[in-house]
Ligand binder design. Sequence first.
Ligand SMILES: [Zn+2]
Ligand SMILES: [Zn+2]
Length: 310
Amino acid sequence: MRAWHDVHIHNYLSTCCGDNQATVDNYIKAAKDIGLKLMGFANHTWDESIPLPAPSSFYKRQSMAFEMQIKSQIPENVPGLKILVGAETEYCGMYDVLGMGKEAALQLDFLLIPHTHVHMRDFVMPSTDDVINARANLAEIFEKIDGITPERAASLSRKLSEEELEPFMKEKNVDYVKFVSDFMVESFRSLMNNETLKSYSDLMPVSVAHPFQPVGSYSLRPDMLSLIDDNTFGDLFSIAAGRGIGLEINNCAHAPEAIRLFAIAKECGCKFTLGSDLHATSGFSRILDTEKAINALDLTEDDFMDFVRV
Ligand SMILES: [Zn+2]
Ligand SMILES: [Zn+2]
């Protein structure tokens, strides 16, 4: 079966986009070139009526008021192509805070919710003890430099990634693969039980963006997913199916470790959406790579959420 839609597209209103040619008009051209019938914009959006659980300069900018500018950029009628306006909000698993309230959500055609933005440390996922110790060790080194205050030293040490901090971990006590794997299971479960989401998930289409894909630690995904057994996936996906919450299939979904989880989801009765997570107009055709997963899972139109069926 052909991939006929892509409902995970970021245009330049997402500040991580970095492509000023990523306009609605250019995406429309690209979508028509590859024969899509439906596309949905899903810029990063934090509903400003929800207090941020921790500082985030990124989400401070990505408000509803800012993101909904896109509505005025969408032409009224594009023959052969349906265009939807949704959003990719945030779920801060470590705080059980969802970045989209009911009133804002109901202004959208659909909502994508990620539970695996694990690169957003101390906002989505807590830092491991190894990282906390490495930051302290590094701050001590910075403090020895003339003119650097302890505050500045601490702030500099917070800017480094897990990988960059590794040389400053005197000893490693945390199994990072297991830590993230456990986090993804718990964040999926707590998202399903989140009270804010419960207040509107049966009133509008909601799909989980890149489920169980650890953003920023993608190369570790096979190891991380191998720690999650079929029964655990079955329990989690049965809740999603029962609530009518979909799962996103992207261009990385045909890897064996991902096919295992999507096959369980299908068996549980979950419905799917397709999304490329594009942040630039180049490489638009990568949504067609989802056909590998569609075929491997033997999906038909009935396996997809109603709002993506045209
Ligand atoms: Zn995402
Ligand atoms: Zn995205």
